[in-house]
Design a protein around this ligand. Structure first.
Ligand code: ADP
Length: 597
């Protein structure tokens, strides 16, 4: 006997210990494995140019035998040889990084679609009899799901696989129902109705076909229940969560296709990582030809999941030819338009839902604008949401614009959450005039705004762009000497030192002149190490603040101390921008020394 791999063992224990309440899904998993196996067999026959093979020749047979307490799911698909039985059923298919959290084991099962193993939820033991297509040898895999399994040579007519479940005896739970024809019919109808091949239910002398065999995306929308759409989504795309939206897109024209498009409600864990592969399933007349066809949807809508079915594609379309396929482009354009339309609909009709969508996938839309250097702005700009200083819920740019005050020339933005922005010295002017401010919370935000430069002819302006805030007050001769001295002592860390009465209660802040903001400097420092792209910084001093009195006194009596104070003020202004002092420990020493005076 061979032992199960560790991950598989854990999963099996979970299955057997019945933590998953929705047990009936085991049948869905087995039927869908059977259907995949037939797909594979059929697809290979087409590729190899084998003749005489018809889709109609395939069936999935489900046989209930109350006496023997068995439920058998059989297919005449590709089958498995000895090695494949060992590899496919001995190791959990989705193993690797999977970790089971004690509290949500059920979710883990739903999420990862762990397929075959779910058979052990209803069975005391499972036998798999399989003969690979093209081979005359058959093998039998057997396991009670406890520790391991055995594989022996066996006899079987024709290629394909039979999965024989030895249904558990009734205990605290009722397992007998899985030997009831009506119950099995109900489960198949519920989860597997769209399966393309006939699912035949056999019980004693009775035989009947259970599924309609019409793919979900080919049925009129009115005839499909929400539950069916949801079940299909969860099973097909291995997402435990319900989808946010689902809509069919059917087009007749130069390229004709039917499709079913889903917008997920939650971004997958790996969505913003390099591992994530976007793309929709591509079918040719009901036969799956590519699982993740990324040419079907633009990257910025890469979160979309779904299926596209068109008889305009050859079955042997390859990865290489796909890239330049004109028909795919046509579909891409049509889907893109439709996704946008649905998002706008959500936006106007169910704002909360849209907000949640944006929380999950907004970053993707922003990258869509940034990476195309703004080429996609027409499609994406009106979908953007921003948290703002004055509004509790995020605003569209159009909403911000219509809230603008008389005389407000710019769309203002600042970096940080509303709470941080609220206490920024640079914000005082805006607050006084009642101007709202976009609160940028992601590094991509400002990069994107720099590319967009304006919205509906209103320019974006960072609140840090001091010269635009018009706060600088002319210094008298004495003050100018003092400012020159401070600038001198800071060297080329700053462009200049100015007086800003607009700071109100705050003593100092930094602003930037020119194209590079302080936030951009920070981002560049992260993404292009050693690039040394610097903002031209302006140190603003509030002449109304009581500290300024001290500055003036020091300038007259103790220039050395003023030099130290200037260093500290500069470091503090940097801190407001989220930049640590170059030498934190010296900074703290200096502050302590000042406090002690
Ligand atoms: P998944 O179907 O999600 O890959 P499963 O645990 O359900 O995971 O199945 C593991 C693998 O075993 C499948 O990927 C397939 O290669 C193989 N398999 C399962 N059932 C069959 C079958 N009826 N015919 C042929 N191969 C099968």
């Amino acid at each position: 006997m061979k032992k199960f791999k560790a991950e598989s063992q854990k999963l099996l224990n979970m299955m057997i210990n019945s933590i998953y309440t929705n047990k009936e899904i085991y049948l869905r998993e087995l039927v869908s494995n059977a259907s995949d196996a037939i797909d594979k067999r059929y697809f290979n026959s087409l590729k190899d140019g084998e003749t005489g093979v018809n889709r109609e020749d395939f069936t999935i047979d489900v046989t209930v035998d109350k006496e023997k307490r068995t439920l058998v799911v059989a297919d005449n698909g590709c089958g498995m040889d000895e090695g494949e039985l060992d590899k496919n059923l001995g190791v959990l298919a989705h193993s690797g990084t999977m970790e089971f959290k004690e509290e949500n084991k059920g979710e883990a099962i739903g999420q990862f679609g762990v397929g075959f193993y779910s058979a052990f939820m209803a069975s005391s033991s499972v036998t798999v009899l399989s003969r690979k297509y093209g081979s005359d040898k058959a093998y039998m895999w057997e396991s009670d799901g406890m520790e391991g399994y055995s594989i022996t040579e066996a006899q079987k007519d024709g290629c394909g696989t039979e999965v024989i479940l030895h249904i558990k005896d009734n205990g605290e739970e009722n397992f007998d129902e899985y030997l009831e024809k009506d119950e099995i019919r109900r489960i198949i109808k519920k989860y597997s109705d769209y399966i393309r091949y006939p699912i035949m239910l056999h019980c004693g002398e009775e035989n009947e076909r259970v599924n309609s065999g019409i793919p979900l995306w080919k049925k009129p929308k009115e005839e499909v229940s929400e539950e069916e759409f949801n079940n299909f989504y969860r099973e097909r795309f291995h997402d435990y969560n319900l989808p946010l939206e689902v809509f069919p897109v059917n087009v007749e024209g130069a390229v004709s296709f039917t499709s079913l498009v889903y917008i997920p409600s939650v971004a997958p864990m790996d969505y913003y990582s390099r591992d994530f592969e976007c793309g929709l399933e591509l079918y040719s007349n009901g036969v799956l030809i590519m699982e993740k066809c990324k040419e079907l949807i633009p990257d910025y809508f890469g979160f979309v999941k779904g299926v596209v079915d068109s008889s305009d594609f050859a079955l042997n379309i390859s990865r290489e030819t796909v890239a330049h396929n004109r028909q795919l482009n046509v579909i891409n354009t049509a889907l893109c338009k439709r996704v946008k339309k649905e998002l706008l609909k959500l936006l106007t009709q169910q704002r909360d839902k849209y907000n949640s969508f944006f929380d999950n996938f907004g970053t993707q839309l922003k990258y869509g604008i940034y990476e195309s250097y703004g080429a996609n702005r027409d499609i994406l700009e009106e979908l953007l949401l921003f948290k703002t200083l004055n509004s509790d819920s995020p605003l569209l740019l159009s909403e911000y614009k219509s809230n603008m005050k008389d005389g407000q020339k710019y769309i203002y933005y600042a970096n940080g959450s509303a709470d941080i922005v609220k206490s920024l010295p640079q914000i005082e002017e805006c607050r006084e005039k009642g101007y709202d401010v976009l609160c940028l919370t992601q590094p991509i935000d400002e990069l994107m705004l720099k590319i967009l430069t304006s919205y509906a002819d209103v320019e974006y302006k960072s609140i840090n762009e001091g010269s635009e805030r018009n706060t600088e007050r002319k210094a008298d001769e004495f003050e100018q000497k003092l400012l020159d001295f401070m600038k001198e002592s800071l060297g080329d860390k700053v462009e200049k030192v100015v007086l800003s009465p607009g700071l109100k209660t705050h003593a100092v802040c930094l602003s930037a002149v020119g194209d590079i903001s302080i936030e951009m400097e920070k981002i560049y420092a992260q993404i292009m190490q050693g690039a040394n792209i610097k903002a031209k910084k302006v140190l603003e001093i509030n002449p109304e603040h009581k500290l300024f009195v001290r500055i003036k006194t020091l300038f007259e009596s103790d220039k050395d101390s003023l030099k130290k104070l200037t260093d500290v003020l500069y470091a503090q202004a940097l801190l407001i921008e989220g930049v640590s002092p170059e030498n934190p420990s010296r900074f703290v020493d200096e502050v302590c020394e000042l406090l002690g005076n």
